[in-house]
Design a protein around this ligand. Structure first.
Ligand SMILES: Cc1cc2nc3c(=O)[nH]c(=O)nc-3n(C[C@H](O)[C@H](O)[C@H](O)COP(=O)(O)OP(=O)(O)OC[C@H]3O[C@@H](n4cnc5c(N)ncnc54)[C@H](O)[C@@H]3O)c2cc1C
Ligand code: FES
Ligand code: FES
Length: 496
């Protein structure tokens, strides 16, 4: 058992002996490390003012990601490289190319959001020398700027390499040395962060994790913290004791088994997106619109499922594809269809001592028709009002042989439209059949009625999504997704 949190902060190695187990990285950076360039705006992962870059070893490779330090617990950066806006300063005092580009293109006005924007662009530049417009917008989707407008910032993003060479950036030039230092911080010991009676346990192996969850069945499980972090910063809940899953490399795996994709529950949304995109482009679009880049870097597939939100984006898509989840308790495992995991509002079939270990997503046969729509008020960084994901197969006679119609936002849990599915079976895939299926939705669902959308709106949209599915799969000439105003290269649907 190790009791010291170890990480790299810029060029220094830091070791923290004792800490509040639920202290956020942002609070530690500002109050303890006195690195106040990183700002607090919303404290809920929305505005991006708190963005820092985190380097971590992934499959032996050093990988930098932008994350929201406001909802990230300090203890979870054990073994990582933390890079803040202060670390961009050159030894001769000159500005970093990202900062030079922002200044040259007038990308900053009030300046409060600027450090976060610079860090998001820096993380992007570290990964891609000349990102295209779509990637730039993706990288900025989690950064709010209310005064400058985004065009100067996007222009700055395009122009970073005019001010310096990427290969000369210290993080790129010294990547091997940084990776070697991170390797020395890694071990298989369980990390215990304890203060008085409150503790966070971070096992490094899946077996140690399984033991820890059995021993502490009432502990809060923490993965990316993009839901749990807000319990701390917004609801002021004491979530201790905490079991952190993020040190377990095996949980982050994404494997293509040929007939199915296997995800470790700790795979982040960036990796999940890449794999799901191989199944269907609308799954790629769905994941592109999942939170902002910082949320996609931190948030995990397991967290999105286990959270049990009726408006989580992945469950409808995974249910439509016929996904199963493996739950583990100690050495015991059970596999259930994902839809059975959701019992009632925020009540999941997770027994004491269990955690989600893997998610298996069967690859649909080539003749399957697939549709995924996320309907939300904003294109980026918004939670769904309704999410619809459908899979349909026709038999040799051309009639519907199988229909899996899954919705989010239509009930207290992500749920299939059982009656609508039944009525479609054995019928032609036609306007008449879809009209019958739409008629069944009123029986299948009592939609949520809240500030995101009224029940009536949701019911209407759900039916329209089935119509859109029919149109998209029967008449390729109909444009069902509105072309973007700024993204010339990608279909953009303001409402899904
Ligand atoms: C700004 C912002 C934007 C967001 N946008 C979206 C969006 O567009 N779409 C969307 O669906 N969600 C969105 N979310 C919600 C959140 O990002 C997702 O639900 C995310 O996938 C949660 O994953 P996590 O790893 O961060 O989970 P955590 O916050 O770590 O955990 C979430 C829950 O899952 C449990 N848990 C985690 N892993 C396991 C496991 N392996 N086994 C058992 N229990 C586990 C935790 O105990 C907790 O109850 C957003 C959140 C924020 C803050
Ligand atoms: S302070 Fe707004 S995202 Fe962190
Ligand atoms: S420069 Fe002020 S909100 Fe962005």
């Amino acid at each position: 058992m190790r009791r010291t949190i170890r990480f790299l902060l810029g060029e220094e190695t830091r070791e923290i002996e004792s800490s509040d187990p639920t202290a956020t990285l942002l609070d530690w950076l500002r109050a303890d490390a006195r690195l106040t360039g990183t700002k607090e705006g919303c404290a809920e992962g929305d505005c991006g003012a708190c963005t820092v870059a985190i380097g971590r070893l992934s499959g032996g490779r050093l990988r930098y990601e932008a994350i929201n330090s406001c909802i990230r617990l300090l203890a979870t950066i054990d073994g990582c490289h933390v890079v803040t806006i202060e670390h961009l300063k050159r030894s001769d005092g000159s500005l970093h190319p990202v900062q030079q580009a922002m200044a040259a293109h007038h990308g900053s006005q009030c300046g409060f959001c600027t450090p976060g924007i610079v860090m998001s662009l820096y993380a992007l530049w570290l990964n891609e020398e000349r990102p295209d417009e779509t990637r730039i917008e993706d990288a900025l989707a989690g950064n709010l700027c209310r005064c400058t407008g985004y065009q100067p910032i996007i222009a700055a993003a395009r122009g970073i390499s005019d001010f310096g060479r990427r290969r000369e950036d210290p993080l790129i030039a010294n990547a091997d040395a940084i990776a070697a230092r991170l390797k020395t911080l890694r071990d298989e010991e369980t990390l215990l962060v304890e203060q008085e009676e409150r503790r966070l346990i971070a096992p490094a192996t899946v077996n140690a994790l399984a033991d820890a969850v059995v021993k502490e069945p009432r502990a809060t499980m923490l993965a990316g913290g993009t839901d749990v972090g807000l319990w701390v910063t917004k609801e002021m809940r004491d979530i201790a004791p905490v079991i952190y899953l993020g040190r377990v490399e095996a949980l982050k795996r994404v494997e293509d088994r040929g007939d199915a994709l296997i995800f470790g529950a700790g795979a982040n949304h960036i990796d999940v997106r890449k794999a799901l995109a191989t199944i269907h482009p609308q799954l790629d679009e769905l994941m592109r619109r999942f939170g902002g880049e910082q949320i996609r870097n931190a948030g995990t597939i397991g967290g999105n499922i286990a959270n049990g939100s009726p408006i989580g984006d992945l469950p409808p898509a995974l249910i439509a594809l016929g996904a199963t989840i493996m739950l583990r308790r100690g050495a015991g495992r059970r596999v259930i269809p994902l839809e059975q995991f959701f019992i009632a509002y925020r009540k999941q079939d997770r027994r004491a001592g269990e955690f989600i270990e893997t998610i298996t997503v069967p690859k649909p046969p080539p003749d399957a028709l697939i549709h995924v729509s996320k309907v939300s008020k904003r294109f980026d960084e918004d939670i769904s009002s309704v999410c619809g994901a459908f899979l349909l197969r026709r038999g040799p006679d051309g009639l519907v042989a199988e229909a899996r119609l899954a919705f989010g936002g239509m009930a207290a849990t992500p749920k299939r439209a059982a009656n609508a599915e039944t009525i479609l079976k054995g019928k032609p895939w036609s306007e008449e059949s879809v009209a019958l299926a739409i008629g069944c939705l009123a029986v299948d669902f009592k939609p949520l009625d809240d500030m995101r959308a009224s029940a009536r709106y949701r019911a209407t949209v759900a039916g329209n999504l089935l119509r859109r599915f029919l149109m998209e799969t029967t008449d390729a000439a109909i444009a069902t997704r509105v072309a973007g105003l700024m993204r010339a290269d990608a279909p953009r649907a303001a409402h899904g």
